[in-house]
Design a binder for this molecule. Sequence first.
Ligand SMILES: [Zn+2]
Length: 400
Amino acid sequence: MKSSTQPGRFFRILAVGMLLAINLLSGSAQELPGAKTQVEARGIWIHPESQFSADPEKGRQEVREFVRRFAQANFNLILPWIRSVYVAALTDENYRKSVPIAGWDALGELVKVAHESNVQVQVWYSFTDYHSPDSPDFNPKLGGNPAWAARRIDELVSDKTTGKVIPRRMSDVCPLHPEARKWQLRQIETLLDRYPALDGIHIEEPGYGTKGNCVCDLCLELFKKMYGYPETNSVDGVEAEDLKCLGTTDFMRQLGELLNQRNPKLVLSANGGYSWRGDRRQGRDWARWAHLGWLDYYAAQVYTGNLNDFSSRVQTVCRDLKPDCAVLIGIGIDWSGGGTNTLETVLQEIETSRKLGADGVALFHGRAITDAHLASLKAGPFREPARLPERYRTLLQRRN
Ligand SMILES: [Zn+2]
């Protein structure tokens, strides 16, 4: 069998070579009929609230300029960080003060301009972490509820050394609360209603932000009933890990169903660490969701300048998720904790991700990318345009 395929292979190589020669001769990066476009996600995570001006005219100009720069460098995906407070600010004057860009519809402008350049926009949203006590999620006037706030063990049990209890942080929504999940889904529905051209929803680190979660009243009650002993005895143990995954899993399942009902073309994805084992301890059960066919892609943050570590982490996540889910590699240019990568390292990491079988990359983050980065990407790994990978999600209608 093997030898009989050789002539065919030879002619395919010859044909590809001829097409490349024609392309080089014509000096055009345009596709020829029948030629295969490269398939690869090239995403950028951005923070519109700090990237675009509160002033409508200036802000719109900045959006146009931003999209032009990234589209010219052959990016094909923008992931804008949209908080629940942005959704509230669309209609609520009090929240408008903290997110003025909602007033001139920054997200709508971004979607419109990006689509003119064939770039997709998928909203990057957190249903759990990155909140504060004044978040709409906890505001009864907007349907929120402070009782949904996750409680960490050090907010309930006094420290053995100091004897003190830490004041409530209210940084996470505990997704075990069914009403909290419904509320978060309504925020996403509001965005889909308002921006029907959105291409998908990208969920930020779908779990609790830290260890020590969650000992809210509901979690304490459920834990005791399920496992027969107090959760405070083992808040980071294996039973608590399973309990944390129940709420996050139900949210992701409901979100997939919602997207399927509204528009099956909407892309559903998540991001987090490169190790499912570590992430699951915080309720981020993305490996299971991927294997169940619930995710179109998973974006693994592999933020390091050590190329050996980078390679082994990319191999780990590709091995664990493929072929059930596309894998994007998150490459850090400037990330929390003070980490930065040189331009040379970023280019090397893109090539390494490709070689190891990733379906694309997402760079972190928009404000950290300079014109020098974009010029080097365009001259190097992003020289040819690429289209996004095919859909992976196979979520079926609910089985009752
Ligand atoms: Zn809880």
